[in-house]
Design a protein around this ligand. Sequence first.
Ligand SMILES: [Zn+2]
Ligand SMILES: [Zn+2]
Length: 316
Amino acid sequence: MPPDTTDEFLEMITELEGRRKSQRLAEKKNQPACTHCFGEVIAAEGIPGQPGYRKRAPLRREGHHALQLADEIESRISLGKCGLSSQQNVAYNTWKTWRKDNSADSLLQKLDRDDGRDVTEPEMRKLINVLSTLLFPTSSEDDKMKVDFGWQDWSETPQRIATYYHADKGGPLISMCCFNQVGDEGYDNLGIVASGRIATILNGLVHAYLDCYACRCKGVLGSFEEDVEQLAGHGRAWQRIAGSIERWSPRILGYPLDIHRFESIVMNWYDWKHWPSRREVESWQLDYYATTEFDESDSDDEKDGEGEGGGESEEM
Ligand SMILES: [Zn+2]
Ligand SMILES: [Zn+2]
C-alpha cells in the first residue's frame, strides 16, 4: 500500500533499508560503473566571470549520467540570479515582464482561466521556452532540446491533467488538458489554476531534459531504469531535479511552486523496481513545499538594488 504522508514513506524506506542492508551492498559491489560516460563531471564550477570558473561540458543527446545532470541543474540553479548567462537574462526579463503585468489579459492572468486555450499554443511554447532557458540552461555548444506543446480536451477524464511524450514517441511534447487542473494554492498575483499549470509544465520539462540528455545505461550503477525510468519517469534523477526547482523557484521565478513530487511517487507506487536509500529520500525534502513559509522577499527580483545577490546564506 502506498504511504499517506512523506513521513510514513520515510519510515517505510528506513525499515526496508534495515532489512536489506547486506543484500544491497552485495548488489552494488557486483555492478560495474557505466563505461560510456565514466568519471566525467559535467557540472560547471564557480560563478561565471569570477576567477576559477569552469564551464560545464557540452550537453550531448543521451550522453550523460542522469545523476550528473541533476548535479548540474542544482549547481547552476543555486547561484540564483547572479549565475544567469546573457541568454538567461533575456528570459529572466521576459518572465519578469509577465510577472509584473497585472492587466486582465496578461499571460499569467489568462493562464489562470478555466479554459487554458485563452493562452494560444504559440504563447504556451514561448512560456515553456522561457522556463526551460531559465531552469535548464543550454549553450551554443549543446544539443538542443525543443519542447513542443498542445492543448487537449480531456474533460471526460478529470484526473488526466497532462502527458509528456518521449522523443521516440512523437515528442518531446507536453500535452495538457485545457480544463482539468491540479491547483492547490495561488501566490501573490499568480492564481491557483495558473500556478498548477506552470508546475505541470515544470514537471514535464524535467522529463524532457532527462529524455534528451540522460544516457540509457543498463546493468550499471545508477542505470537509466533506476535513475529515470521507474515510477513512470519519476525516478531518482527526476526527484532530485524537481526538488532543486521547487527549492529555488521562489528566488528565480518569484513564486513557490508545488511540482507534486510526493504524488508522483504515490501515483506510481507499484512501479518501484529499485528502492532508494534512506539518505537519498531524505535529501529529496519531499515536504519542502508543504512545510515552508514563503514571503515575497524570497525572490531575487525583490533584492534588486539591495547590493549583491544576497542569497548564499539563505535557508534551503
Ligand atoms: Zn552512462
Ligand atoms: Zn511527471
